[in-house]
Design a protein around this ligand. Sequence first.
Ligand code: NDP
Length: 268
Amino acid sequence: MLGFFAVYGNPITHSKSPFLHNYAFTKLGLSGYYSRILLDKGTNLRQNFLSNGLSGANITLPFKEEAFNQCDEVRGVAQNIGACNTWVLEDKNHLVGYNTDAQGFYECIKEYKIKNALIIGAGGSAKAVAMILQSHNIPTTLINRSVQNLSFFVHKGFECYVNSEFKPTCSYDILINTTSAGLNDNLLPCDESQLKELCSCGKYAFDLIYGKCTPFLALAQSFHLSCSDGKEMLINQAALSFELFCKQKYNKGNLEIQRIASFMNEIL
Ligand code: NDP
């Protein structure tokens, strides 16, 4: 038995992770089962994980920082992000944390040969995107509607602006919307005139929101930028987590990310 897995969050009913992981288990003939767990804020994530006898988990909003703080070891880019979306239990009691959002994003854009990037937004997903771009030496600027969340990025050495003070002076190869503007409304993530200026000299637009054409992507399309929504990133992060879950107990050499991702893509 490969084990039991789950995604933690609050809310969690919308999560597509159980479909993706269970479908991949079935397609690969692996005896794993993946469910979703609604965790009340204030409940101890680690204790819940261990008492449920899980072998691994994904962790989503608002528990990614807690997941970072409560594991025994943090590996990879998660160390710089300060948030984990994946836990793997090694050797009964050793809980290892990873962040697959970051690499999941990078897999989507690595073919583009990007020289520089502009991230709109400064929340949790912006941290993952910014840190993976920095790890690949891609100069990255951040803008956000408010100043508070920018401090993390200032400390990490990024050029940062509050939207209202940002004057787009240089062209960015890729514009990345990491805000939730456009998710449940028709808002742009920053001022329309700023975006038009940016789109007039950009090459790519990437919105982390998936399953709809946001106002941000619609505007970018009207300027003929090459556009992507967040679906591929979602699948990539799931496939990367899946590989970590399986590697632990079931070291199959043929579990490449691309193959897992293509299975997951069949049902999303
Ligand atoms: P957070 O809540 O951590 O951050 C939200 C960010 O959006 C903040 O910078 C916030 O600004 C900004 N923001 C919110 N509303 C607006 C608005 N109306 N106008 C301008 N800025 C706004 O969220 P996450 O970073 O975790 O997630 C952001 C989005 O990314 C969500 O839509 C989520 O679904 C998506 N996502 C997709 C993933 C994928 O795999 N495709 C993975 C992770 C996230 P402020 O700091 O001022 O509050």
